[in-house]
Every structure is written in C-alpha cells, then in structure tokens.
Design a protein around this ligand. Structure first.
Ligand code: ARG
Length: 297
C-alpha cells in the first residue's frame, strides 16, 4: 500500500479519514427513500418549496442576496445520474443523496431545482460554460479540477474501492499491478488514479478501460473483459448487489471528499451554497439524507 499512500500524500485530494465501510448493501433503503425524495426534486416544474420566493428571502443565508443563476429563480444542477445512491433514475426521475441535498439548498436559497443529466466528464465544462450553476455528482475535490472550478465545502466523503469477481485471484489493490485490466468510469478519480504511472501509484493507462457509465465497467467485469473495476464505495455496493458473483476488496484504495463544483466567476453563488450547506449540516438535514440512503454498518 505504499504507492497508495503516495497518491494521497501527493495532495490529489484532501485526504479525509473515513470510517470503515463494510459489505452490507444499501439499495433497498435507497429505493424506499427514493419514492419519498423523487419526483419533485427531479422535475423542473415540480419543485414544491420556495420556487416563487425571491433569493435573499428571510430563510436564506446572509450572503444569498447577491448571487445570480443561469436561469432566474432556478438552481441548475449538472450531474451524471448513473451513480447510486447519489444520483440515479427511478422511472423518469433522478433521485438520490445529491438530488435531495440540492433540493434542500435550492429551498434555502428560494430557488427551484432543475437537474440536468449528462456525461460525468461534461459536468465541469457545463459549470464553466454557464450551462449549469453547480455540478453535484459525488464529485471529488481534486487539485486538477480546482484549476477549472471552485468547490463548495465538502458535504460527504467517499472511498475508491476495487470490485472483482468473487473467485478472483486479486485480493489487494497491489495485485492489480503487472498487467491486470482495470475498468473505470471515464473522467472520474478512479480513472485518474488507475491510469497514472506505476511510479505515481497507478497501473498505467494501457491497462485501463474507460466506460461512459460505472455500470458499463461493472458489466465488462461480469463478462470477463476486465479483471477489476475501481469506483466509489457506495455505487460499488449497489453494483455488487445487483450483479451475481462480485465482491469488493476490503483494502480501500483512496479516501475522498465530495463537494459541489461552482463557476470560478460566481463567488456569490458559492458563498450562498456554502451558507446553505452549513445550515443543513448544523440542523442535521444532510446527515439524515445520507442515513436515508446509506445503511449503517
Ligand atoms: N468521486 C468520483 C469523481 O469525482 C466519481 C464520481 C462519479 N459521479 C457520477 N455521478 N457518475 O471522479
């Protein structure tokens, strides 16, 4: 595990200590929660609270008065909705932890939430290009991304883990070295770490297969096209649940912090989002959203 330590030390991310995650699953909790969370958050017109209230209403944090959004009165969230339990489809609705947090932030700011589903590697471009107000997608804070967007305060932590077949000879991340084929979702931190050179703790890009969705990488694993998948722990649990014969290695790969990505040009919106997140943390809302989708173990 020396190499991995090196990755973390390199400051690719703010290494946050994270409590352990076992193998127990969360998808049933998530789908129960989904029906409660879903439709209003996902549809642009359906949002209940606050849609007509002006920004800067009494419920809003102090800095909320001066920000602008892409569309007046609307908070547009760019995401990639194939990442349970953070964002995923239930019927036509996008639901999950990030959607509920975004809805709660929008409510605080007196905005209507609009969710835009796109490729994960388009989210930062959408935020930079004024197509979305924030990227909220289980997105890890990295130094590289900070060159292009600002990150809010972190609202959750994640861990990169390794999924293999149950009978795999791979038992630790070190066993991935030496030519094993690794599946990742394109543009994710799992992709970045795995594609890096062995000297930097990676496995070499020639050994990495990039897929546009995490689920496609997992499918490739099931079909024997790759030997392992590196992905965030909660989606990993969900994918292992829904596919026979897979398991998650106990050794964790890298710890990460998730945050909202906001345009560098919209400092006022970032301040407002941080104000809302701070209140939602303090009053327990964020923790209860996390608990609703992630089973304690
Ligand atoms: N945490 C990882 C990253 O930031 C993966 C996020 C993938 N999110 C998604 N909605 N598909 O790169």
């Amino acid at each position: 595990m020396k190499k991995l330590t090196a990755v973390v030390m390199a400051g690719v991310l703010a290494a946050a200590a994270l409590t352990g995650c076992g193998g127990s699953s969360s998808s049933s909790a998530a789908s129960e929660a989904g029906s409660a969370a879903g439709s209003s958050a996902a549809s642009e017109a359906g949002s209940t609270a606050g849609s007509s209230a002006a920004a800067g209403s009494s419920a809003a944090p102090e800095a909320a008065g001066s920000f602008t959004t892409v569309e007046d009165g609307v908070l547009t969230m760019a995401t990639n909705a194939y990442f349970p339990p953070y964002e995923y489809y239930e019927g036509e609705d996008v639901i999950g932890i990030d959607v509920e947090i975004a809805q709660a932030v929008a409510d605080k700011l007196g905005l209507t939430l609009k969710v835009e589903d796109m490729e994960f590697d388009s989210i930062i471009t959408a935020v930079q290009g004024g197509k979305a107000d924030m990227g909220l997608a289980g997105m890890t804070i990295t130094e590289e991304r900070k060159k292009n967007v600002s990150f809010s305060d972190s609202y959750a932590t994640g861990v990169q883990v390794v999924i293999v077949k149950e009978d795999s000879e791979i038992t630790t991340p070190d066993d991935l070295a030496g030519g094993k084929k690794i599946g990742v979702q394109l543009g994710t931190t799992g992709d970045t770490y795995a594609s890096d050179t062995p000297e930097n703790g990676g496995y070499g890009e020639e050994n990495v297969e990039q897929y546009s969705k995490g689920a496609d990488a997992v499918m490739a694993l099931v079909q024997g096209k790759v030997d392992a998948v590196i992905i965030d722990n909660e989606p990993a649990k969900s994918f292992v649940e829904s596919n026979e014969g897979l398991k998650i290695l106990e050794t964790e790969y890298v710890n990460e912090d998730y945050a909202a990505a906001v345009s560098k040009e919209n400092e006022a919106l970032l301040t407002a989002i941080n104000g809302a997140l701070g209140e939602l943390k303090a009053d327990g809302t964020i923790q209860s959203i996390l608990d609703k989708y992630i089973s304690a173990n």
